[in-house]
Design a protein around this ligand. Structure first.
Ligand code: SAH
Length: 262
């Protein structure tokens, strides 16, 4: 049972209605009020679990309006769920909402969800951490209207050659590629996969390498809601080998390796 007077921040998962957690689904079923990010969470997911609830789409709401809607709900004794896409802790803007609730003395809990980087990896049937290839996954984004601290600039993260999961960046793919190449560890031949709307019915996958991915996603007309995964782990299957030491074989015969030599 959800606790009276508590607001639940719930991760909806990447899109597919059955990729929400069991706990999240239960809280949604019990909810009287649901505030969800309509631009990213499928309305059908809300309909499936909370058909009776009063629903607010936060896409067009300011922070104060969101807080007011949630506060009005709990004050009236209703059960309130704040539904976020993926996992709420990743680019979820939940901290400011929790701070406002702290000031108001309203209790809340957070329920995690499947973040889109992992839904993208699943769509690709890809492990992100392979022995001797990369044991590190960096979750980041290119700088857009939201600033990124200088020490975390993409070109500096790109010095490691780790697996990268880039959120909120597909609209700036040219800048992403330029920054990653400037880092030194990646080359135009480094494998890249872009997964648009992972786990949705209109999911799209585009693969390539840093040298050609911009043209490929332009051709596929992918401009938003896509995950960019970068790193040599993605090349292992294409190379058709098990051992990391064979990664640099002639086996990248899909055009990327040639780009490297040229
Ligand atoms: N909290 C969310 C991320 C919100 S930021 C999460 O954990 O996934 C929004 C960005 O997430 C989008 O720009 C896109 O990069 C990514 N994203 C969200 N849903 C996605 C999906 N189904 N497939 C691919 N990328 C997705």
């Amino acid at each position: 049972m959800s606790e009276q007077g508590t607001i639940y921040f719930v991760g909806a998962g990447p899109g597919a209605a059955d990729l929400i957690t069991v706990r999240g689904a239960r809280l949604l079923r019990e909810a009287d009020v649901v505030v969800y990010a309509g631009s990213l969470v499928d309305r059908e997911l809300v309909q499936a679990y909370a058909p009776q609830a009063q629903v607010y789409d936060s896409a067009g709401m300011a922070l104060t309006e969101i807080i007011t809607a949630m506060l009005d709900g709990v004050t009236a004794g209703k059960r309130v769920v704040r539904l976020h896409t993926g996992d709420p802790s990743i680019y979820g803007a939940i901290q400011e909402q929790m701070a406002a609730l702290d000031r108001l003395g309203v209790g809340y809990q957070v329920v995690p969800g499947v973040t889109s980087a992992f839904a993208a990896a699943a769509a690709l049937k890809q492990e992100l951490t392979l022995p001797e290839v990369s044991q590190t996954v960096i979750i980041t984004r290119v700088e857009g209207r939201t600033p990124v601290p200088e020490r975390e600039a993409l070109r500096s993260l790109a010095t490691h050659g780790a697996t990268l999961a880039l959120y909120l960046s597909v609209g700036m793919i040219d800048a992403v590629v330029a920054e990653l190449l400037a880092g030194g560890a990646y080359t135009p031949a480094t494998p890249v996969a872009v997964v648009s709307k992972a786990s949705w019915t209109d999911e799209q996958i585009v693969t390539g390498c840093l040298g050609n991915i911009a043209a490929r996603i332009a051709a596929a007309d992918i401009t938003k809601q896509a995950m960019i995964l970068v790193g040599e782990v993605l090349g292992v299957r294409q190379a058709g080998v098990q051992a990391a030491s064979k990664l640099y074989d002639e086996t990248f015969s899909h055009g990327c390796r040639n780009g490297l030599v040229a």
